[in-house]
Write a protein that binds this ligand. Structure first.
Ligand code: PEP
Ligand code: MG
Length: 794
C-alpha cells in the first residue's frame, strides 16, 4: 500500500488519497471533504489520476504541453464516492455481490444488472448536480454538444491497461441529458465485464472509483489516428491515417482511410495513399452518431493537404518528446482548427518487448486451449460461443467469436469481433482466410474451444502462437490499428524485387488494405467468397430469373479490387466452392450431398457441367474487359487435364470472348496438372499458379480442414516440392509466368525456396507481404552474390 500527499496545480494541498491499482494501492474516500467535485482540464496533471482517472489525467497533461485539446472538465472520482456515500449505496451496492462467483456467467450478469440499476435509480446529490450544471454553462452557455466519457481510475495505467470497460456517450446536449449520461457512466462501473476483470486482477470493488470526463465534442470534418513513430522499428516516420467525419470511422475500421507518411528527419511527406472512402460517421441530430455514405465527389478526394500532415506530425512530435515514447494519437480537424483528442503509448514497438510481456511477466499466464495461429495479432475480450449461425446476432463489437467452424453467413459477425477461435479447420479454412483479410487475430483447429471456453469468459487470443489465455494478458495489444498502420509503412519500404510479390484477396472490402501493401498485383481473387456473401446460390439466381443481378454483384465486387490495383495484373479465379459451403444458402437445398466435397463437384469440373453458371461469370468478366480493365486475367481452378482448359476456353469463346487476346491460366492444385504441365503449356495457358492448399492435400492424402491430421499437412514434403520444381522448370522453358497463391507462398522459408527454384511471382496473404518481400529480396541478393563469388573464384 502506498500513500502520498502533494501540492495541487492550484497551490491547494490535495488530501490523502489511497488508490488501489494492479500493484495493490487502494482508493478510499479519505479526506473527501476538501476535494472538488469538478476539476477543469487546465487544473489537471497526470499525477491527478486518482481523482480524474487515466483518461482525464492524460487530457490534462496534453493540454499542459500546449496540444490543442478540446475544452473539458472532469466530474471527479470523489464526486462519485460522495454520491455513493450520500445515497447510502456504498454499503448496499457491494453487499449485493459480495460472494459472487464471477465464473458463473448467469450470476455475474444478474449481479451486474442489479448493481447498475441501483446506481441509476439513486438520486444524485443536489450539490453535485448544481456543480455539473454550472460547469456546463461555463463551457459555452450550456448549449455545447459534449462527449461524456468514463475515466476509470485503473484504466490506461501502464500495466493494467484495459480500456473500454466503461461507457462513453457521444453527442450529448443539454443539462438533463448530461446529468443522465454522467450517472450512466457511473453505473457502467458495474458492467459484468468490468466486475469480472477487476475480480480477476485482484482489485477490491469496494474501493474502485470512476471519474467522468465531459468534453466539447469535436464535430470533425476530417479525423483519424497517428502513430508518431514507426510502430515496429521506432524509426522517426510519423504515420497518419485520415478520413471524413468523426474519427470513430477510422478507429473502428469502417472505412479505408487515406494514409500519409511524414519523415521527421527530412520534415517531408514521403508517402501518400489516397483511398476510396465510402462511409463517414457524423453526429445524428442531438443524440448519438450515424454512419452515412460519403458523397461521390469526396470519396476519392485527398483528406489532408501537405501542410496539414506536417502540422499533425508536429503535434505528434510534441507528444512523443514529452512522454519520451512513441504515441498513438487520435486527432480531428474542424473549420481549419486542429484538435488532439487522445494520446497514449504505442504498445507494439519492438516485438521482442511484446513477446517478453506475454511470457515473462509476473502475472500467471494460463493457456486454456491451443490451436493453429491462423491470423496474427493479439486481442482480449469476452467469449461468445456461436453454435448456430442464427445466433450470430448475439455477437457484439469487441467480443471473441468462438465456433465450431465459421461459414460465409458469419462474415458480418466476423467483422465486429476482436478475435476468432474455431474448433475445426487449418490454415486454409474459411475462418483463417477471412480473418487474415479482415486483419482479425484468429486461432483455428483448437478441437475443444467451444467446450472448454465459457460464454462471457474473458480471454486473450494470440493469433500468432495459436494460444488462448485466461483473462487479460496485460501486455496484449488490443490495437487493431497497428496492423493497418503496418500496411501503410510496408507500402513505403522501397524494396524492389525481380520476382513479383503479389497479394491474395477474397473479400472486396480487403482490397484497399491489400493495395496498401504495395503488392505487384493480385495473384488470386477468390470469387466464391463474394458469391457466398450473397446468401443465394448461383443456381437460385438462374432458377429465379435473377441472372442480371448475379452478374452485377460479381462485376461490382471484382471491380472494387481492379480499381484498387490500377495497371497491375489481377487474376480472378472462376468459382470454386465445395457443395457443402453452398448448403446453408437459399437454393442450397438443391446441392448434392457428397461424401467428400473436397474431392467432389467443385472448380472447373462443376462449371463445365453447369454452362449457365459459367456463362454468368464470363458475362461479368466481359463487361469489365469492355470497360477497359485489360489487366484482368482469368484463372481456372481444379484443372486436372488439358482438355478441361480447352473446354473452358471454348465456352468462353462461345460467350463472345476474344480468348486469344485475354489472359487465361490455370491453378496447379491437382498432382495431374503438375505432372502434365507441358501439355497445358502446349495448349496455350498464359500463366499457372500453384494452389498448394489443395496440391498438398491431394498429393499427401491429408484433408486440409481436418485438425486431427493437421500436423501431417506439410507443404515442404519432398513429393510436393518435386511436383512444384518440375512444373516451374517447364514453365520457364516455355517462358510462361509461374506463380503460387496457396498459403505456402506466405511462408518466408518456402518463398526463399521458390525463388531459388526460379518461380516468377509469389502471391501471399495481406499480413505476410512484408516478410515475403523481404525473404524474396534477400534470396535474390544471395543468388547474385553467390554467382559473383563463384565467378571470382574461377
Ligand atoms: C489452393 O488450393 O492453394 C488455393 C489457393 O485455393 P483454395 O484455397 O481456394 O482452394
Ligand atoms: Mg484450391
Amino acid at each position: 500500500m502506498s500513500c502520498f500527499q502533494r501540492e495541487s496545480s492550484r497551490g491547494m494541498p490535495h488530501p490523502m488519497i489511497i488508490i488501489k491499482q494492479g500493484g495493490g494501492k487502494i482508493i478510499s474516500g479519505a479526506s473527501m471533504k476538501e476535494m472538488p467535485n469538478i476539476l477543469w482540464l487546465e487544473e489537471i496533471r497526470k499525477e491527478d489520476i486518482s481523482s480524474v482517472g487515466g483518461k482525464g489525467a492524460s487530457l490534462g497533461e496534453m493540454a499542459s504541453i500546449g496540444l490543442p485539446v478540446p475544452k473539458a472538465f472532469v466530474v471527479t472520482a470523489q464526486a462519485f464516492r460522495r454520491f455513493l456515500v450520500e445515497s447510502g449505496l456504498e454499503k448496499k451496492l457491494f453487499a449485493a455481490y459480495d460472494k459472487l462467483d464471477v465464473e458463473n456467467n448467469e450470476a455475474l450478469e444478474k449481479a451486474a444488472d442489479t448493481a447498475k440499476a441501483m446506481v441509476l435509480k439513486s438520486k444524485m446529490p443536489q450539490k453535485i448536480k448544481d456543480e455539473i450544471r454550472a460547469a456546463y454553462t461555463k463551457m459555452n452557455g450550456g448549449s455545447l454538444i459534449v462527449a461524456v466519457r468514463s475515466s476509470a481510475t485503473a484504466e490506461d495505467l501502464p500495466d493494467a491497461s484495459f480500456a473500454g470497460q466503461q461507457e462513453t456517450y457521444l453527442n450529448i446536449k443539454g443539462e438533463a441529458a448530461l446529468i443522465e449520461s454522467v450517472q450512466k457512466c457511473w453505473a457502467s462501473l458495474y458492467g459484468a465485464r468490468a466486475i469480472y476483470y477487476r475480480a480477476k486482477q485482484g482489485f477490491d470493488d469496494n474501493t474502485v472509483n470512476i471519474a467522468v470526463v465531459v468534453q466539447q465534442l469535436v464535430h470533425s470534418e476530417k479525423a483519424g489516428v497517428m502513430f508518431t513513430s514507426h510502430p515496429i522499428t521506432g524509426e522517426p516516420l510519423t504515420i497518419i491515417e485520415g478520413s471524413w467525419g468523426l474519427g470513430e470511422a477510422v478507429v473502428s475500421g469502417s472505412v479505408s482511410p487515406d494514409k500519409y507518411v511524414f519523415d521527421q528527419r527530412s520534415q517531408k511527406v514521403v508517402d501518400t495513399l489516397i483511398s476510396n472512402k465510402k462511409v463517414e460517421i457524423i453526429a445524428d441530430g442531438d443524440h448519438g452518431t450515424k454512419l452515412v455514405d460519403v458523397s461521390p465527389a469526396r470519396q476519392d478526394a485527398q483528406v489532408l493537404a501537405t501542410e496539414e500532415v506536417a502540422k499533425l506530425a508536429m503535434y505528434g512530435k510534441i507528444a512523443e518528446d514529452h512522454y519520451g515514447i512513441p504515441q498513438d494519437v487520435e486527432w480531428g480537424i474542424v473549420a481549419g482548427t486542429f484538435y488532439i483528442l487522445q494520446s497514449r503509448p504505442i504498445t507494439t514497438i519492438g516485438s521482442k518487448k511484446e513477446a517478453k510481456g506475454m511470457t515473462g511477466q509476473k502475472q500467471d499466464v494460463k493457456i486454456l486451449v491451443q490451436g493453429q495461429g491462423a491470423a496474427p495479432g493479439i486481442a482480449s475480450g469476452r467469449v461468445v460461443i456461436i453454435r448456430d449461425v442464427k445466433d450470430t446476432g448475439k455477437v457484439k463489437e469487441g467480443d471473441i467469436l468462438v465456433t465450431r467452424m465459421t461459414n460465409p453467413d458469419m462474415v458480418p459477425a466476423m467483422r465486429k469481433v476482436a478475435a476468432i477461435v474455431t474448433d475445426e479447420g487449418g490454415m486454409t479454412c474459411h475462418a483463417a482466410i477471412v480473418s487474415r483479410e479482415l486483419g482479425t487475430p484468429a486461432v483455428v483447429g483448437t478441437k475443444t474451444a467451444t467446450n472448454v471456453l465459457k460464454n462471457g469468459q474473458l480471454v486473450t487470443v494470440d493469433g500468432e502462437k495459436g494460444h488462448i489465455y485466461d483473462g487479460v494478458v496485460a501486455a496484449a495489444t488490443p490495437d487493431a490499428k497497428v496492423a493497418t498502420m503496418q500496411q501503410a509503412i510496408v507500402g513505403h519500404i522501397p524494396l524492389i524485387t525481380a520476382t513479383s510479390v503479389k497479394v491474395n484477396v477474397s473479400i472486396p472490402e480487403a482490397a484497399a488494405r491489400a493495395a496498401a501493401t504495395g503488392a505487384d498485383g493480385v495473384g488470386l481473387l477468390r470469387i466464391e467468397h463474394l458469391i457466398l456473401g450473397l446468401s443465394k446460390t448461383p443456381g437460385w439466381f438462374i432458377t429465379n430469373n435473377r441472372e442480371e443481378e448475379f452478374v452485377r454483384e460479381l462485376h461490382d465486387g471484382i471491380k472494387i479490387v481492379l480499381d484498387a490495383f490500377p495497371g497491375k495484373t489481377v487474376w480472378v479465379r472462376t468459382l470454386d466452392a465445395p457443395t457443402d459451403e453452398f448448403r446453408n444458402m437459399q437454393g442450397g437445398e438443391n446441392e448434392p450431398h457428397e461424401h467428400n466435397p473436397m474431392l467432389g463437384w467443385r472448380g472447373i469440373r462443376r462449371d463445365l457441367q453447369s454452362p449457365d453458371q459459367f456463362r454468368l461469370q464470363v458475362e461479368s468478366f466481359k463487361q469489365l474487359w469492355k470497360e477497359g480493365y485489360e489487366h484482368l486475367g482469368i484463372m481456372f481452378p481444379m484443372v486436372s487435364h488439358p482438355d478441361e482448359f480447352l473446354a473452358a476456353k471454348a465456352m468462353m469463346r462461345a460467350c463472345g470472348v476474344d480468348v486469344e487476346r485475354v489472359s487465361l491460366g490455370i491453378m496447379i492444385e491437382i498432382p495431374s496438372s503438375a505432372i502434365m504441365i507441358e501439355d497445358f503449356l502446349k495448349c496455350g495457358i498464359k500463366f499457372a499458379s500453384f494452389g498448394t492448399n489443395d496440391l498438398v492435400q491431394y498429393t499427401l492424402a491429408i484433408d486440409r480442414n481436418n485438425e486431427n491430421v493437421a500436423d501431417m499437412y506439410n507443404p515442404q514434403h519432398p513429393a510436393v516440392l518435386s511436383l512444384i520444381h518440375n512444373a516451374i522448370q517447364m514453365c520457364r522453358a516455355y517462358n510462361v509466368e509461374c506463380s503460387i497463391c496457396g498459403q505456402a507462398g506466405s511462408d518466408p522459408k518456402m518463398a526463399a525456396w521458390l525463388v531459388e527454384h526460379g518461380i516468377t511471382s509469389i502471391s501471399a496473404n495481406i499480413d505476410a507481404i512484408a516478410k515475403i518481400r523481404e525473404a524474396v529480396a534477400r534470396t535474390e541478393k544471395r543468388i547474385i552474390l553467390e554467382a559473383a563469388r563463384s565467378r571470382d573464384a574461377e
